[in-house]
Each structure stands twice: as C-alpha cells, then as structure tokens.
Design a protein around this ligand. Structure first.
Ligand code: PBG
Length: 328
C-alpha cells in the first residue's frame, strides 16, 4: 500500500509513545480526601473498601505516609458525633472542634502540606442537609440560602483561623463564594484560597461517602441546591458567578460521568479546574477489580488520565496514595 501518512509510526516504541504523549498524571495533581472522627479507633469504612475513618492519632500517622509518598494536598472530612449535631450546625464554627484541631496538628508537622477543608453543613446539621432547613407551610422542606451563607462564612473563618490553606464550599448555596471571600478578606485572610464546588451535581454516586460520614439527608434530597445531571449550560452559569465572586479554583463533581462538563468549563475559563472522582466511582472500580475481571492499577490510571485529558488540572481521588506509588 502507498500511504504518505501512517499514524502507527508514533506508537512504535515506548520511547516514541512517551515523546508524543499529550497528557500525563503527576503526584502534584493529586488531592487525597481523608475521613476522621473523634473516636480513639481507626475504623474501616464498609461502603468504601480500602478507606479508613481515622482517629486523630491515626490520621496524623497516615499523613506522614501520605507526605512521604509526595502527596502535598489533602481535603478533610469529619464524622461528627450525633450529640454535637443540631439544626443550626453550630459545631461547624467551633474553634475547638475536630476539624480546626486537625488542621493545626497537620500544619504544625507539615507546614508545606496544602490543607483544604470542606465548607458545608451536612456533617454538622441534624437534618443531614448542606444548609439550614425549615419546613414550609406546605409541609415541604426548604433549604434556606442567605441564612446558610452566613453560617458558611463563620465555618470558613474558623478553618482559616486554624490554618487552612484553601476552603472548599461544597454546599451549592448561591452567593457563598463571594460572601466567604469578603469575610476572609475582612478578617485579614486574603491569602486563603477558595476552591469552589462550581458544578456539583445531585448525583447518586455520593452514596458510599454518606455512608462513611453518616451524613445522608434525614428527609428529602439535595436537588434544590445541587445541579440537575442533564445540565451543562447551567454549569457555565455557575462558573461565571464563581469567577465574578473570586473563586481561585473551580470544581466539577462527580468526574467520570461529567467529563463533557470538565471539557466545557476548560474552554470557558482560565481558572484552574479540579475534578472530584467521588466515592461511587471509587467503589465501582474497587468492586469490579475485586472480581478479578479488571486490572486495578491500569483502570485507575486510565480513569484519572481521562479526567486530566478532559481538562482537569487536579483530581480529588481516594486512589491518590496508590497512584503516587504507581507513578513514582
Ligand atoms: C458534602 C459532600 C459530599 C461529598 C463531598 N462533600 C456529599 C453530598 O453532597 O451529599 C461527596 C464526595 C464523594 O461521594 O466522594 N457537602
């Protein structure tokens, strides 16, 4: 055959494939979400095989390993005791609470570690919602927006005082990024960044996470604040709001079923994009690999490379430690 062009020439050897590879994964791209509680024991999480809900001591030991693997960013998710939950979620802004304590302990040991905190009320709210809940006269639950934003600002300030590098509002209330930016600046925390959950969908893939933290809504769902899975233009609308309100990093969540959303945001913004490979995505891969039909290392790396190729700069993934080992 006479052919001027042959694509296979660039796939001929590992060396050539390395030269022409367009997207790579690096340990610097990874953010590890970590679970913990005030109990003294480290507990294996049933809904997320291979993940642990750490005690404070256990988490600090784990951070040492995480740090040794070269991972430089973690995001903290607490499981709060039931006795500390109330309808106002007031424990979320307690300077002596579990999260501020851990931020201080981590930063004391590893000042170079980027500590990111989740800003939302669901672990603290006795209703299990990300915002404050009232019951309307029609009997329907309503999630209050502006009142919630005030509480979120107090929570973000509490994390900043403890030394958080970046706060990550995951609640999807309107106007919270701007309000948190102003609150941080007024308190002298203009260096603290905001990673906004910009396009966070009302997804069934969060199930195992809610099991890990016992944070599922007691009643109703999150569809009046999290986005409808059918929408992508609306993600751009959220992006424009977050850009105007001063977000430093914008996030798409979940990642795997929303690669087109990542790609669209990539075209629309110069801000860095984060993607969250969520608990259900983790569990699907874990379960499929446990059956022996998929090769875990290959599938995990391919799933993350796909997320990067779609346009994400950084990825929150429960596989971060494994990946750091594999790509070392
Ligand atoms: C809560 C929050 C959720 C996740 C991160 N922050 C759950 C939810 O919105 O119900 C999910 C993460 C995952 O599934 O891995 N604000």
């Amino acid at each position: 055959m006479e052919m001027m062009v042959r694509a296979r020439r660039n796939r001929r050897s590992a060396a050539i494939r390395g030269l022409v590879r367009e997207t790579r994964l690096a340990v610097e791209d990874l953010i590890l979400p970590m679970f913990f509680h005030a109990d003294a024991e480290d507990v294996a999480i049933d809904s997320m095989p291979g993940c642990t809900r750490w005690s404070v001591q256990g988490l600090l030991k784990e951070i040492m390993e995480v740090h040794d693997l070269g991972i430089r960013a973690v995001v903290l998710f607490p499981k709060i005791e039931d006795s500390l939950k109330n309808p106002q979620g007031s424990e979320s802004a307690n300077d002596h609470g579990l999260v501020p304590h851990l931020i201080r302990e981590i930063k004391k040991r590893y000042p170079e570690m980027c500590v990111i905190t989740d800003v939302a009320l669901d672990p603290y709210n006795s209703d299990g919602h990300d915002g404050l809940v009232v019951r309307g006269c029609d009997g329907e639950l309503k999630i209050l927006n502006d009142e919630t934003v005030e509480v979120l600002c107090r929570q973000a300030l509490c994390h900043a005082r403890a030394g958080a590098d970046i706060v990550a509002p995951s609640d999807m209330m309107d106007g919270r990024v701007g309000a948190i930016r102003i609150a941080l600046d007024e308190a002298g925390f203009e260096e603290v960044g905001i990673m906004s959950y910009t396009a966070k969908y009302a997804s069934a893939f969060y199930g195992p996470f809610r099991g890990a933290l016992d944070s599922a809504p007691k009643e109703g769902d999150k569809k009046t604040y999290q986005m409808d899975p059918g929408n992508v233009r609306e993600a751009i609308r959220e992006l424009l709001m977050d850009e105007e309100e001063g977000a430093d990093i914008v996030m798409v969540k979940p990642a795997g079923a929303y690669l087109d959303v990542i790609a669209r945001l990539r075209d629309e913004t110069t801000l860095p994009i984060a993607a969250y490979q969520v608990s259900g995505e983790y569990l699907m891969i874990k379960a499929a690999c446990a059956s022996g039909w998929l090769d875990e290392k290959a599938v995990v790396l391919e799933s993350l490379l796909g997320i990067r190729r779609a346009g994400a700069d950084m990825i929150l993934t429960y596989f971060a430690k494994d990946v750091a080992r594999w790509i070392r």
